[in-house]
Design a binder for this molecule. Structure first.
Ligand code: GLN
Length: 343
């Protein structure tokens, strides 16, 4: 199957069609790519598992072209008849070939938007998803409440710094978008100490790259006056974490093993390590709920992303562990996605 689509993809660059390839317009490249992706999809969908949906290939093609030519989408539309250079055609169809095997567009272009920011991604980390935005939104709401208290001196001087832990940080999208938004507000925000942890070294490398891109000064040791300090820690859950936090934010692996197997059938190449939460999906969440109180300040909050299929169970786990104010939030598509509670 792969071989066949391979030969299709190569066709425009082969000897006899070199001329044609050098003359290929943007429009022709898009049509050709659409045909290839659709054909590959028709074959793959039989084995891709029950969760595979036909992607928006026109959008994917344009994202690849935009990245390749470094232009806006409107340029592609306005320059349909522009001829592509041969080296661009070659590169374009090589990327289309990757896409035709199911590799997500975010891994192909190496980045993904989340909460209005662009994050570097690779198959070592989950692709940031809009489902997670509600977790950041709620954390910000609670953090602003907390900073008002800090501002009004309801808390002791030594606690006038907000400490936030992003457990299983992956690309770092939760922690970094939280930090970015936190300082957008006009109010006098307290200093923020942000810890990003993950068991995967490859993920941490990427988290570091994203941190350097968004907050170039935050990783250095700075004077007290500096508002944001970020620490990146390799840790198996809480193993290497020290101190106590105002917030623990986490999107841990929570997909039941069988479902993980099925999800990965579509060639998405997301890391099993970041998805697989054991037989019922709750292995890590149970562990986190059990230990979290040792790492939360009094009145500190935990916010956990989970599967819509076990959100209520996670809420119950938090209650059993003694958390109060436990509630479930829906994501943008109306699925029960985030569970939070207070120490
Ligand atoms: N569906 C979620 C995702 O793909 C699962 C993430 C997880 O297990 N943490 O992002």
């Amino acid at each position: 199957m792969q071989k066949k689509s391979n030969s299709n993809i190569q066709a425009p660059c082969k000897k006899q069609s070199t001329q044609a390839a050098t003359r290929m317009t943007i429009k022709e490249a898009r049509q050709n790519a659409y045909r290839q992706l659709s054909e590959a999809w028709e074959k793959q969908k039989k084995t891709a598992g029950p969760y595979a949906q036909k992607p928006d290939f026109f959008l994917d093609i344009d994202v690849i072209l935009q990245e390749l030519l470094q232009v806006e989408r409107s340029f592609l539309l306005a320059h349909n008849e522009t001829k592509l250079k041969q080296k661009d055609i070659k590169r374009f169809f090589a990327l289309i070939q990757k896409r035709s095997r199911g590799l997500p567009i975010a891994y192909i272009v190496g980045k993904k938007e989340f909460y209005g920011l662009s994050f570097f991604v690779s198959p070592h980390v989950l692709i940031p998803k809009p489902d997670t935005e509600i977790l950041v939104e709620k954390a910000l709401e609670l953090a602003r409440e907390k900073s008002r208290k800090i501002g009004s001196r309801e808390v002791q001087a030594k606690s006038r710094c907000l400490r936030v832990l992003d457990l299983c940080t992956g690309s770092g999208c939760i922690a970094l978008s939280f930090a970015q938004e936190f300082y957008k507000t006009k109010e006098n925000s307290p200093p923020l100490e942000l810890f990003m942890s993950d068991i995967s070294l490859a993920a941490l490398r990427l988290a570091k790259k994203n941190t350097k891109q968004l907050f170039p000064r935050s990783l250095k040791k700075q004077k007290n006056s500096d508002k944001l300090q970020i620490k990146i820690v390799r840790s198996n859950l809480f193993q290497n974490i020290k101190g106590s936090f105002d917030f623990i934010l986490t999107n841990p692996p929570y997909v039941p093993t069988r479902l993980t197997d099925e999800l990965l059938l579509d060639g998405r190449s997301e890391p099993r390590l970041a998805l697989d939460g054991g037989k019922d999906g709750l292995r890590l969440i149970r562990q986190i709920a059990k230990d979290a109180k040792n790492y939360l300040k009094k009145d500190g909050w935990i916010l956990i992303e989970a599967g819509e299929y076990h959100a209520k169970e996670v809420a119950q786990i938090l209650r059993e562990r003694g958390f109060s104010e436990v509630a479930i939030l829906q994501d943008l598509s109306g699925q029960e996605r985030v569970i939070f509670g207070q120490h």
